[in-house]
Write a protein that binds this ligand. Structure first.
Ligand SMILES: NC(=O)c1ccc[n+]([C@@H]2O[C@H](COP(=O)([O-])OP(=O)(O)OC[C@H]3O[C@@H](n4cnc5c(N)ncnc54)[C@H](OP(=O)(O)O)[C@@H]3O)[C@@H](O)[C@H]2O)c1
Length: 238
């Protein structure tokens, strides 16, 4: 199969996290040009130096995506290096775990700012270019929490339901412009975030590398076929 992802310009948020690293590595092997962002600059630098061996171009930018000014700086930096992007992967996320009585409005606002408002801002920033070029992909990393409610995670579940709503609306809005908005919703993953789900057995969680491969496969489909909502779970033969 022809590698249509070769030299595509990709912005990945949450790029130094467990899933973000796996996606960055997978897309680097497919020869994408990568623009990686998260807050922690030193881990981004380390990742970029690992990826330089395999990817034609890797750029990094440290930003707190809960802050509007830093979102705007990120957009500016992406434009000054790549002009525009072909693929946006909204992977950054936080997972507050607390009962409703222990949850605060500040935690609610911070979670929604990262899990929902940042993908909204970046979609608004970069979708028009993709529409003009009649090609683009936006991937929103949701969760099984976009489809179900789980105890002590009301803020997170609400944020992932909201992100799914954003994806569904943009999927419809982009249909005439050959820009595909895809919502990928994994169950628990073997990452630092996954360790917070301490009521489940970590060894049974999904491997981030498997999810990254599925993501790459999904965005590379360029025929009339599309799976706009993907739920990824572990399948165990009993
Ligand atoms: N792990 C799971 O079990 C699981 C299951 C389903 C869905 N997901 C979803 O998968 C995505 C990736 O999660 P993960 O498991 O890879 O989590 P992770 O390892 O904790 O990574 C989270 C990422 O988000 C970044 N981030 C956190 N706060 C940020 C902020 N204010 N501004 C910018 N970046 C920020 C982190 O980098 P910095 O700290 O350097 O900023 C990191 O790159 C998330 O959207 C999550 O909701 C995870």
């Amino acid at each position: 199969m022809k590698n249509i992802l070769s030299h595509k310009k990709v912005l990945i948020t949450g790029a130094n996290g467990g899933l973000g690293v796996a996606i960055a590595k997978e897309l680097a092997t497919l020869k994408c040009h990568l623009f990686l962002t998260a807050r922690n600059r030193s881990s981004l630098e380390q990742l970029a130096s690992d990826l330089h061996e395999i990817s034609p171009e890797v750029e990094i930018f440290s930003a707190d995506l809960t802050k509007e000014i830093e979102l705007k700086e990120l957009e500016k930096k992406v434009r000054s290096t790549f002009q525009s992007i072909d693929i946006l992967i909204n992977c950054a996320g936080v997972f507050p775990v607390a009962s409703i009585s222990e949850s605060t409005l500040e935690e609610f606002d911070a979670c929604f700012a990262l899990n929902v408002r940042a993908p909204f801002f970046l979609s608004k920033a970069f979708l028009p270019d993709m529409m003009t070029r009649q090609w683009g992909r936006v991937v929103n990393i949701g969760s099984s929490s976009a489809f179900s409610g789980f105890k002590d995670t009301s803020i997170y579940c609400a944020s992932k339901h909201a992100l799914l709503g954003l994806s569904r609306a943009l999927y419809q809005e982009m249909r005439d412009s050959n820009v595909r908005v895809i919502s990928i919703n994994p169950g628990s993953i073997k990452t630092e975030m996954g360790k917070k789900s301490d009521d489940q057995e970590f060894s049974t969680f999904l491997n981030p590398e498997d999810i990254a491969k599925y993501l790459a496969f999904s965005i590379a489909i360029d025929s009339e076929l599309i799976a706009e909502e993907i739920r990824l779970n572990r399948f165990v033969i009993r």
